[in-house]
Design a binder for this molecule. Structure first.
Ligand code: FHN
Length: 429
């Protein structure tokens, strides 16, 4: 795993596609029949990208504090957002936009100093060879009960067609990895409809890495990816290994006119802190309108998040996962040397916040964004018996930021936590 990814902490996900024309759910709307395939594809005629400005996007993402971005080059609908030789189904060939959105995006993202990520759906519900085999090659008892975009309906598998499809995916991916300079990250989706063997793994991965040995690939690669991608539901327990939580700002990945179910900036910051506290990244999604404009409410969230990050930068990029929630409930991060603990305070305390089980002596407590020094005291415990007391750090409303406040605790040495269930104090002073 490349070091840059773990230090990046924030990425911006972009679901941009023809689905923004009518504001329907990306690909799933025709898959589940809420719109016919023909009407869905008719959105190509209304896709103009008339105000698409990749430099503006890149600048906005940079201001948000993100260190990488990931754009949909092709969703499950099979519509390429770039100029592919291997299919006519692209916004370049089939829409009034007639431009290579992916190419413009990659150039701008790189110029802004961010790492380049590209989303690619392995499954393609438009490709004539895709629905040729069943998951894991097993014919179900009721073949007609499946979905015609994913698998054959008559119980007959066509292995040759499937091999042609694999060649197609590989050819498109080669275009993405070789036509636009270095791509840093491939974000796959839709692996679940086939097994690793059907995808031709692990050779498929070797093939992709042959174009760029530093390429990072997410885990939606039938078990052959480099990091985990929990989605929409924030992990409650710390995932094992490297991970990134992807989520939407409202409830939709792509632009949907009627979706007003927005998270507030405070909620987004809270979620970001939760990711940091458990050592993960946040991949925050925007859904641009068909003309390429990012909805103002989403833009405002990105700018607000950026302001918060700049005020608290010390607790972000160079931090590692903090102490578990039973020691401090709102989440925390540590400096790499483990001698500074940053506590997230999401709400306004009436009197103090408390940390339990901390064995270290605290040398200083400050509010990170203002530098204000805070008083603190330890009550209880018997340190001579290795039983820590409760650390109370005094702070109230006047110390708080607009959104999550960060308290910086400097410790005497590397953080040490008590992990017992309490004990009798056998020697008293
Ligand atoms: O089906 C997609 C969905 O539309 C969206 O692209 C998300 C983003 O992670 N991925 C899939 C579901 O896991």
């Amino acid at each position: 795993m490349q070091k840059w990814f773990q230090k990046a902490k924030l990425g911006i996900f972009i679901h941009y596609g023809i689905y923004a024309v009518k504001g329907v759910s990306e690909s799933w709307s025709f898959y589940h029949g809420s719109i016919s395939y023909e009407d869905y594809m008719r959105q190509l005629e209304g896709f103009t990208a008339s105000r698409f400005d990749a430099d503006h996007w890149a600048e906005l993402f940079r201001k948000s504090g993100a260190r990488y971005a990931v754009l949909t080059s092709k969703h499950h609908d099979g519509v390429a957002m770039y100029d592919t030789k291997y299919s006519d189904l692209s916004v370049v060939k089939k829409s009034p936009a007639a431009r290579d959105i992916l190419g413009n995006y990659i150039e701008a993202i790189r110029k802004a100093g961010l790492k380049v990520g590209v989303y690619y759906s392995l499954m393609d519900w438009s490709h004539p060879d895709y629905a040729s085999v069943y998951p894991d090659g097993r014919v179900p008892e009721d073949p007609a009960g499946g979905n015609k975009y994913s698998q054959p309906m008559d119980g007959r598998q066509d292995e040759k067609a499937w091999q042609r499809f694999l060649e197609f995916d590989r050819a498109q991916l080669k275009e993405i990895l070789t036509n636009y300079g270095k791509v840093d990250l491939l974000w796959f989706d839709g692996d679940w409809e086939r097994s690793a063997a059907q995808w031709g793994l692990p050779e498929f991965k070797d093939y992709l890495k042959s174009f760029n040995p530093d390429l990072i690939i997410n885990n939606r690669f039938a078990g052959y990816g480099d990091y985990l991608t929990p989605e929409q539901g924030i992990p409650v327990n710390r995932p094992k290994g490297v991970w990134e939580f992807c989520t939407t700002i409202n409830s939709s990945w792509g632009y949907q006119h009627r979706d007003n179910h927005y998270k507030s900036l405070r909620q987004i910051i809270h979620m970001f802190c939760d990711c940091l506290s458990m050592g993960g990244n946040l991949l925050l999604d925007v859904g641009p309108m068909e003309d390429g404009t990012i909805p103002p409410r989403q833009e405002a969230v990105l700018l607000g998040l950026g302001e918060w990050i700049r005020a608290n930068e010390e607790a972000v990029y160079d931090s590692v996962a903090g102490i578990p929630a039973n020691y401090y409930g709102d989440g925390s991060v540590l400096s790499e040397d483990g001698q500074t603990l940053y506590l997230f305070v999401h709400n306004v305390p009436r009197e103090a916040i408390c940390v339990k089980g901390l064995q270290n002596r605290v040398t200083r407590a400050t509010i990170l964004h203002s530098g204000k020094e805070l008083g603190y005291t330890v009550h209880g415990g018997a340190p001579w018996n290795d039983i820590p007391g409760i650390l109370w750090i005094f702070m109230t409303e006047e110390d708080c930021a607009e959104s999550t406040t960060v308290v910086k605790l400097e410790l005497k040495d590397r953080v040490r936590l008590y992990d017992g269930g309490g004990a009798v104090v056998t020697d008293n002073h």
